[in-house]
Write a protein that binds this ligand. Structure first.
Ligand code: PEP
Length: 247
């Protein structure tokens, strides 16, 4: 399976920085042969200019959210078909920051995954436990509940990527041990059998403080099929080191 190295820029970047970063990544992609698939997910304001930079670079473009409806009276929202129209092929859904700050429930995420599928986007569905849930021994149950609640049935593997992102590892510099990552990814792989016809073909990314220094080890864990990278994706050299660690 081709690993996926995905950069989530979150709410960072004005036009000049975003375009410069995308140009640097496109230049590196043109110079070096990279086996993994590369994806960047800038904020919505940068999708259009970054799409122009990435054209023919081989780097895919993704968004960080979409609405559950394609269009209509939803002030301030963006529909999945609009994202597809601007050049996106992926959309991150159910990121823990949105679950916490916007109160997105599994049901809302599920409706957004349906919308993404209808528009021809692959959904990167984020799941993961808080520190309190891990300490209480509930990690596998939390991940199971989120996965069952956030995924419609009948998805095909190309329409779906899962990102396991322990909330306590995001932006904190802390990462789970290799055994902890392996345990959760194995569990997710098993659970996928209830949702998709070919569970082995769905990529399961690890996310949470992935850095150049730990990427190789994380990417060598069984059932880790790539990385979802926040902070380190804002620095071309760091993101590129992670891209290369993905193989
Ligand atoms: C994320 O927010 O998806 C993420 C993984 O962030 P960071 O790499 O900064 O921990």
């Amino acid at each position: 399976m081709r690993k996926l190295a995905a950069g989530n820029w979150k709410m960072n970047g004005l036009r000049a920085d975003g375009v410069a970063l995308a140009k640097e990544l496109a230049a590196r992609a043109a110079r070096e042969k990279i086996a993994s698939e590369i994806l960047i997910c800038p904020p919505a304001t940068l999708l259009f200019p970054v799409a122009a930079v990435l054209d023919a670079s081989g780097i895919a473009l993704g968004a960080q959210n979409c609405h559950a409806e394609q269009k209509g009276a939803h002030t301030g929202e963006i529909g999945a078909a609009m994202l597809r129209d601007v050049g996106c092929t992926y959309v991150i859904l159910g990121h823990s920051e949105r679950r916490a700050e916007q109160g997105e429930s599994d049901a809302v995420v599920c409706a957004k995954v349906e919308a993404a599928r209808a528009a021809g986007l692959s959904a990167i569905v984020c799941i993961g436990e808080t520190l309190a849930e891990r300490d209480a021994g509930h990690t596998l149950a939390v991940v199971e509940r989120q996965l069952q609640g956030s995924l419609p049935t009948g998805l095909n593997p190309a329409e779906l990527v899962i990102a396991y992102e322990p909330v306590w590892a995001i932006g904190t510099g802390r990462t789970p041990t290799a055994d902890q990552v392996a345990e959760v990814h194995r569990h997710i792989r098993r659970l996928l059998a209830t949702r998709v016809a070919e569970p082995a073909a769905v990529r399961i990314l690890y996310g949470g403080s992935v850095k150049p220094a730990n990427a190789k080890e994380l990417m060598s864990i069984p059932n880790v099929d790539g990385a979802l990278v926040g902070g380190a994706s804002l620095v071309a050299e760091d993101f590129w080191a992670i891209v290369k660690a993905c193989g």
